[in-house]
Design a binder for this molecule. Structure first.
Ligand code: NAI
Length: 258
């Protein structure tokens, strides 16, 4: 039995991932705002620290896999805190417990939205570890209305994907034998997207930004199964990949250059 920490375990992709792992007989420590083994707010530094400490305590000090799914898509500054700092700071704090495993693995959920228009300034602030500055930029963006405020979301995911690529080959991750990768979904049918897909107009807008020629909108299982493979013992050499599991959205937007 392997011990996994899954964030965002109360809903959507995280809930499906936690359930599929438990079905396989693995031990899952879920982290979420509510309805989780560890209830914590990952938007704040104290919440991250408390969550990591509690998870490590429940795991008796050794964690085999971390799967970070918790995230929000609201056009507000907080989105950078949850989606970037809530993932990267938590992972850093869990890393010592991962390093004690014989086959440690970590995977995060980014998004194909990382390819959309974003704020390069916010991405840089995040990668610099400057949460206050990132929040300031977020406040400026969201003050210009939801359309501009939305840029916080692609910015948070772009920063996260880049963090994964940078860290994956570092002494801390690769040096400790910990594969670190990201999955970038297209439009997944979860509570996060439910409202957006309700009316024909809003669905058409989503589909224009996220074209999915292969099998259209995806169930959470499609992402959960990949996250589970990435954090399984079978994954020994994949480092820093951002895997677009998105119905062909990334190829549709970026073309055939490899
Ligand atoms: P969801 O809304 O169903 O689940 C997200 C979970 O994260 C919820 O249980 C929520 O309580 C938790 N969460 C939010 N803020 C938190 C905080 N401050 N502290 C602790 N937990 C918090 O959403 P879904 O669709 O399952 O999303 C999971 C991940 O997948 C997110 O990172 C999202 O950005 C990403 N994603 C989702 C896509 C979609 O179409 N649904 C597409 C691409 C990426």
């Amino acid at each position: 039995t392997r011990t996994y920490v899954v964030t965002g375990s109360a809903s959507g992709i995280g809930a499906t991932t936690a359930q599929l792992l438990r079905d396989r007989g693995e031990r899952v420590i879920g982290i979420d705002l509510n309805n989780a083994d560890v209830e914590a707010d990952l938007s704040a530094p104290e919440g991250r620290t408390a969550a990591a400490a509690k998870a490590i305590e429940i795991a008796d000090g050794i964690i085999d896999g971390v799967i970070a799914c918790a995230g929000i898509s609201a056009p507000i500054p907080k989105t950078i805190s949850v989606n970037y700092f809530g993932v990267t700071e938590l992972l850093e704090q869990l890393r010592p417990a991962l390093a004690k495993s014989e086959a440690p693995r970590a995977a995060v959920v980014s998004s194909m939205a990382s390819l959309q228009r974003h704020s390069a300034e916010m991405v840089d602030a995040a990668l610099d570890g400057d949460e206050a500055k990132a929040l300031e930029i977020g406040a400026e963006l969201s003050a210009q209305g939801p359309q501009v405020g939305y840029l916080v979301y692609p910015s948070s995911k772009r920063a996260l994907s880049r963090w994964v690529r940078r860290q994956s080959i570092s002494p801390e991750w690769a040096g400790n034998g910990i594969p670190l990768n990201a999955v970038a979904p297209g439009t997944v049918l979860t509570p996060m997207t439910q409202k957006l897909l309700e009316t024909e107009e809003s669905r058409a807008m989503v589909d224009a930004n996220v074209p999915m020629p292969l099998n259209y909108h995806q169930p959470p299982e499609s992402i959960a199964n990949l996250l589970i493979w990435l954090t399984s013992v079978e994954n020994t050499h994949m480092a820093g990949q951002v895997i677009y599991d998105d119905g062909g959205a990334e190829v549709s937007l970026r073309g055939d250059d490899v």
